[in-house]
Design a protein around this ligand. Structure first.
Ligand SMILES: Nc1ncnc2c1ncn2[C@@H]1O[C@H](COP(=O)(O)OP(=O)(O)O)[C@@H](O)[C@H]1O
Ligand SMILES: CC(=O)N[C@@H](CCC(=O)OP(=O)(O)O)C(=O)O
Length: 304
């Protein structure tokens, strides 16, 4: 063995030893991970994500994955010649769009992530389990309501988003059962919900992650996306935000587009008892490990 290789080994051991207090901090704690469609990127990166989820489980953390797939739904709709429009970051969802969204989210992406986790965890028998809000009454939703103000008359107008749902109730029993099972399972949840009447709805994945994290009283919720975190007006990373500052970031227009549902979700999750939410770049390999197990962390941390 060369001196260089040996030195690298010592450096790895030092890093592991330094992670001990952080590993203990998250021992048997639930961490909800929102894996966004933009963070998925190339398959090799997505497989690294799956391997890190397995590592978390083996370190004693209980990871629960909620995934998105917005860009992948848009690509499929494009191929079918269906146009998509978004209002406040939410996809207006008619019947045909709903069908495609469910196929892409529950059918393709969900099973792929669950399978990658199972493959990455084969040696230690950690297994991914792919679910959607339709399973075991996991996610009951109501139809989302949005209003806009008519610039001329200043009257409020109701906008119909179609089959877009808002979480009404998360029943965490199935997830709890998987977390506490003797077998090591990593639940992977697609953002599809069902109304009391049994209608299928498309739900923003950030919103689902927040509702799930709140219901499970998770220690952390990590929102993995394609930016370093919340950026200020000059494009610099904001390391920490209180809930009040997160509100301000929305109000003052620092956060726009897809960052708005993320901050709203973060605020709601912290209000529901989640200790902190972190928005970070999921395209960087091992982002979750840097955030959870190093002093400096990564991205933007939002807490009370
Ligand atoms: N202040 C901000 N800081 C960082 N990103 C922002 C900000 N305001 C708006 N954004 C946008 O939010 C996007 C992340 O949301 P979104 O595209 O919905 O991600 P995902 O698919 O991962 O859920 C960023 O790529 C960026 O374009
Ligand atoms: C209602 C609504 O907008 N649903 C989203 C669900 C997927 C999602 O949220 O994916 P990302 O996290 O990758 O953006 C959609 O149809 O795109």
């Amino acid at each position: 063995m060369s001196d260089k290789t040996e030195e690298a080994g010592w450096a790895t051991a030092k890093t592991l030893a330094e992670a001990l207090p952080f590993i203990q901090r998250y021992d048997r704690e639930i961490v909800v991970i929102k894996y966004g469609g933009h963070a998925m990127g190339e398959e090799a990166v997505a497989r690294l994500f799956a391997a890190d989820a397995v590592l978390l489980k083996l370190l004693g953390v209980h990871p629960v994955v909620v995934h998105g797939g917005g860009p992948q739904i848009s690509a499929m709709l494009d191929r079918a010649g269906v146009k998509s429009t978004f209002i406040d970051g939410l996809r207006v969802t008619d019947e045909a769009t709903m069908e495609v969204a469910e196929m892409v989210l529950s059918g393709a992406i969900n099973k792929e992530i669950a399978n990658w986790i199972t493959i990455a965890g084969r040696e230690a028998d950690v297994r991914g389990v792919g679910l959607s809000g339709k399973d075991a009454r996991l996610l009951t939703v109501t139809k989302a309501r949005r209003t806009t103000r008519d610039p001329g008359s200043q009257m409020e107008q109701v906008v119909d988003l179609g089959f877009v749902g808002e979480p009404k109730k998360v029943d965490p029993m199935l997830i709890q059962a998987l977390i506490h099972a003797e077998q090591d399972y990593v639940p992977v949840i697609a953002p599809i919900g069902v109304s009391e009447a049994g209608q299928t709805f498309n739900v923003n994945a950030d919103t689902v992650a927040g509702a799930v994290a709140g219901a499970l009283k998770a220690k952390r919720m990590l929102l993995l996306t394609d930016v370093k975190g919340v950026l200020d007006k000059n494009g610099n990373l904001i390391r920490q935000l209180t809930v009040a500052e997160a509100f301000d970031a929305i109000k003052t227009g620092v956060a726009t587009g897809g960052m708005i549902p993320k901050l709203e979700t973060a605020i709601a999750a912290v209000d529901a008892g989640v200790e902190a939410v972190v928005i970070l770049d999921g395209r960087r390999p091992h982002a979750m490990l840097v955030e959870l197990f190093t002093e400096h962390g990564a991205g933007t941390l939002i807490r009370a």
